[in-house]
Design a binder for this molecule. Structure first.
Ligand code: BZD
Length: 829
């Protein structure tokens, strides 16, 4: 009998101990099996897309294995967990990133080639997951990669929008928006968890019930929607740890329909059910303004409520009361978009868990941390009281109560300074009475941070000055970073190999500080040759893309000068275009013999404008109008080209950044909270032409002002210049290029009138005129440096060497230690 049992046990263990192997034969077998049994195509005949689907399922199997182990490890050790709440994530593609983080890219490439497929070709089949707008959303994605890599016990939470960020289509130079139904071809990366479903409530009334001799508030909603979890697995690099990004989708709730079914209105009942799904259907494409729309508020609460139910459920699995909640849970608010979580935690603790107000508040103040990503006070989120009161009546009461208690405390500290009290109040009085979500977040969070040193200074001295004076200890800065796995290893494999070769190790992929080791080879001739070769091949790849997409043939000997980011007045793409017009004008007016000294340029601009942002759309049109003129001027030839890259997204960035010689970061000083694009270019050895704004100030600290091209007014000078604006003398060259646009040199003069007015008639708020001369000087310095190839290469190497600080690994370690109080929890290999 003993022997029989033993055999059974051994068989059981045999079943359990079946880690997937990664040798070519196993991988091929897996892929072919997925072709047949998952994709349901014949193993004798499948095309690239079907091979891609099978491949992703095979990778996904490996992710799931590691994810299970990680979850077991977290459950066993029960560490304090970080819950990262963000309404936006810009993940881009997952395939290459996953296999690189799993350390099995080459094995897959081999296995596929024996099957007659090319890994890179299959990788091209994947679309972008674009569940976000810009910097904030891509930062969330980079931080998830670092959290996994550094073994932190973290969960990301967000919304599974059916339509991601719109596709930008350019017709006759104008931007048009098309829906991005990214799920059309299925999404192999997500795991639907039909059993992880929570009910989210909306509308209704608040009633009072007698409870233990007192009164108790009960929210009686009149609409409910189900939130279904979709898990996306995020593998770390060089570790088994694989964490979860849980995105919620809205599904109709059965509870709503009883009445309709009873009245026999079957069709309407079904139509009403469908309406619930709209909550998670679309990403708002605005990355600056907050319009107080009901659907947006519903999205925020839907995501917050489902996430908190999940978090509290997980906590309660192992804890019988809330005493340990702050020791086990850190809730990170990624900007104010998830800040309703504060009111929701209070509601759950007080109304549902029956904690006293002060106990609940004490807990809340220990778990929340808040990162703000903006500088402009007018960009901060305000929710009209009427809207909140109708959608979430109990939450409005709670926010009023928080505010009442806060103001009472404040009066004790500062007395009856009514101006200051009203500035700091969570409720803004006025034509539309609103909730100031930033104030709510600051009042409840134990740590508030900006995303660069400069940004935090502005928060302390301007935006949140009153709060800083009250609670100086709350304010910090955490300079953003980006993940080198995505932005060098995946997107620039040849540079990656070159760096590893010269450093003699791949360890920099987990420890970016090691890149300083490149400094000692900055003048090494052999490295220069190899560096130039890598850069040239990347430029050739980019040139091919440009030609395929726009028909414009560009020379790889020219300087590739790139500006890629959302189109915004403060980011000053208009300044870039005016500079290009000036360059064109100069070349046109030059004697033929002098043209020999002109450094040929290929100017590349890409970015999306929010659909309702008229001026930004005009900038896109101007770019096309100028490009049309320049690119078709035979007199100019290869000396100057301008191309607009349509539909800028993560995948496009991965292609363009490695091929850029120079990148432009032109925000008016004091407007870019941090900027992360500059860090990606920097890592890839691209030189920066930039204002002293956001994180560029810290880049200067790392690589020295000599290794970049700085220009423009400093933060402290901007207010002075603005005051002087009406009498400010603008340089003649500036007036001349604006006049060329105004007078129709590029056509469409009526259309461009308001754009020209913005810099001439309306006081030039973003100071294009004031900065123009200095901008042209910086451009001239870049030209001069480019002619000296060795000098340029040295600056390029030093840029990469100095980029270590801008890894999101550094940022995440800093948050973990100083903000969230979490520790690493590594799953055994
Ligand atoms: O966040 C950006 C800032 O503008 C950048 O300076 C900074 O580097 C990044 C990351 O910290 N902010 C945003 O991207 N903001 C948004 O995308 C956004 C989206 C929806 C609503 C409001 C703002």
């Amino acid at each position: 009998r003993l022997g029989e049992n033993r055999a059974k046990v051994e068989r059981m263990f045999g079943l359990m101990d079946r880690f997937l192997k990664n040798d070519p034969a196993t991988l091929q077998n897996d892929i072919v099996n997925h072709v047949e049994y998952t994709v349901a195509r014949s193993r004798f005949s499948f095309d690239d897309f079907e091979a891609y689907q099978a491949l992703t399922h095979s990778v996904r199997d490996r992710l799931i294995e590691r994810w299970h182990d990680t979850q077991i490890c977290f459950r066993r050790k029960d560490p304090k967990r970080l819950y990262f709440l963000s309404l936006e994530y810009l993940m881009g593609r997952s395939l290459s990133n996953s296999v690189i983080n799993l350390g099995i890219r080459d094995q897959y490439a081999d296995a596929l080639s024996q099957l007659g497929f090319d890994f890179e070709v299959l990788a091209e089949q994947e679309g972008d997951a674009a569940l976000g707008n810009g910097g904030l959303a891509r930062l969330s994605a980079c931080q998830m990669d670092s959290l996994a890599t550094l073994d932190y016990p973290a969960w990301g939470y967000g919304l599974r929008y059916q339509y991601g960020l719109f596709r930008q289509v350019i017709l006759d130079g104008y931007q048009h928006e098309q829906p991005d139904y990214w799920l059309n071809f299925g999404n192999p990366w997500e795991i639907e968890r039909i059993h992880v479903t929570y009910t989210v409530k909306f509308y209704g009334t608040v009633e009072e019930e007698n409870f233990k001799g007192g009164k108790h508030k009960v929210w009686v909603p009149n609409e409910t929607v189900e939130a279904v979890a979709y898990d996306n697995l995020i593998p770390g690099y060089g570790t088994r740890n694989t964490i979860t990004l849980r995105l919620w989708a809205a599904k109709p709730s059965d509870q709503n329909d009883m009445e309709s079914y009873n009245t026999g209105d079957y069709i309407n009942a079904v139509v009403n059910r469908q309406r619930a799904e709209t909550i998670s259907s679309i990403l708002y494409p605005d990355d600056r303004s907050h319009q107080g729309k009901e659907l947006r508020l519903k999205q925020q609460y839907f995501f917050v409520s489902a996430s908190l139910q999940d978090i509290i459920r997980r906590f309660k699995d192992t804890h019988s009361n809330f005493d340990d909640f702050p020791e086990k849970v850190a809730l990170q608010l990624n900007d104010t978009h998830p800040s309703l979580a504060i009111a929701e935690v209070m509601r759950v603790l007080v109304d549902e868990e029956n904690l006293s107000w002060s106990r609940a508040w004490d807990i809340s103040c220990k778990i929340f941390t808040f990162t703000t990503h903006t500088v402009l006070p007018e960009a901060s989120e305000k929710i009209p009281v009427d809207l909140l009161g109708s959608l979430l009546p109990r939450h409005l009461q709670i926010i009023y109560e928080i505010n009442f208690r806060f103001l009472e405390e404040l009066k004790k500290r500062i007395g009856l300074d009514y101006d200051r009290l009203s500035r700091m109040s969570i409720i803004e009085e006025g034509a539309v009475k609103s909730i100031r979500m930033a104030n709510l977040s600051i009042v409840c969070s134990h740590t508030v941070n900006g995303v660069s040193k400069m940004h935090a200074e502005l928060l302390k001295t301007r935006v949140f000055k009153d709060f800083y004076e009250l609670w100086p200890h709350k304010f910090h800065y955490k300079t953003n970073g980006v993940t080198q796995r995505r932005w060098v290893v995946v997107s620039n494999p040849s540079l990656c190999a070159l760096i590893s070769k010269w450093l003699g190790t791949e360890a920099w992929i987990r420890d970016m500080d090691l890149l300083v080791g490149l400094q000692e080879y900055a003048t090494n001739g052999d490295l220069h040759e190899e560096w130039k070769m890598v850069r040239k091949v990347n430029k050739m790849r980019l040139a091919e893309y440009i030609e395929a997409m726009s028909g414009v043939k560009v020379s790889v000997d020219a300087m590739f000068d790139v500006q890629l980011k959302r189109i915004h007045e403060y980011k000053r793409q208009f300044l870039n275009i005016l500079g290009i017009i000036h360059r064109y004008d100069c070349i046109k007016n030059m004697e033929k013999k002098d043209r020999r000294n002109v450094v040929p340029r290929v100017c590349i601009i890409g970015g999306k404008a929010a659909p309702g942002y008229e001026i930004a759309k005009k900038i896109i049109k101007l770019c096309h109008a100028v490009a049309e003129k320049i690119n078709n001027d035979p007199d100019i030839g290869d000396l100057l080209k301008l191309v607009f890259i349509p539909d800028y997204n993560i995948t496009v960035a991965e292609l363009v950044i490695p091929g850029a010689d120079l990148s432009q970061h032109l925000s008016t000083a004091g407007h870019e909270a941090s900027g992360t694009g500059c860090m990606k270019f920097l890592m890839n050895g691209c030189l920066l032409l930039a204002t002293a704004d956001g994180s560029t100030i810290e880049i200067i600290e790392e690589i020295g002002a000599d290794n970049m091209f700085l220009f423009g007014a400093k933060v402290s000078e901007v207010p002075v210049l603005r005051k002087k604006a009406p009498n400010l003398k603008v340089p003649l060259q500036f007036a001349r290029v604006v006049r060329m646009v105004r007078n129709g040199y590029f056509g469409f003069e009526d259309y461009f009138e308001s754009l020209c007015d913005s810099v001439e008639v309306d006081n030039d708020f973003y100071l294009l005129g004031a900065d123009f001369e200095s901008y042209l000087e910086a451009q001239a310095a870049a030209d001069k440096a480019f002619i000296d190839e060795e000098k340029w290469t040295q600056m390029s190497i030093l840029s990469t060497a100095g980029s270590g600080r801008f890894s999101s690994d550094r940022t995440i370690d800093d948050y973990a230690e100083k903000t969230w109080g979490i520790e690493r929890c590594r799953c055994p290999a």
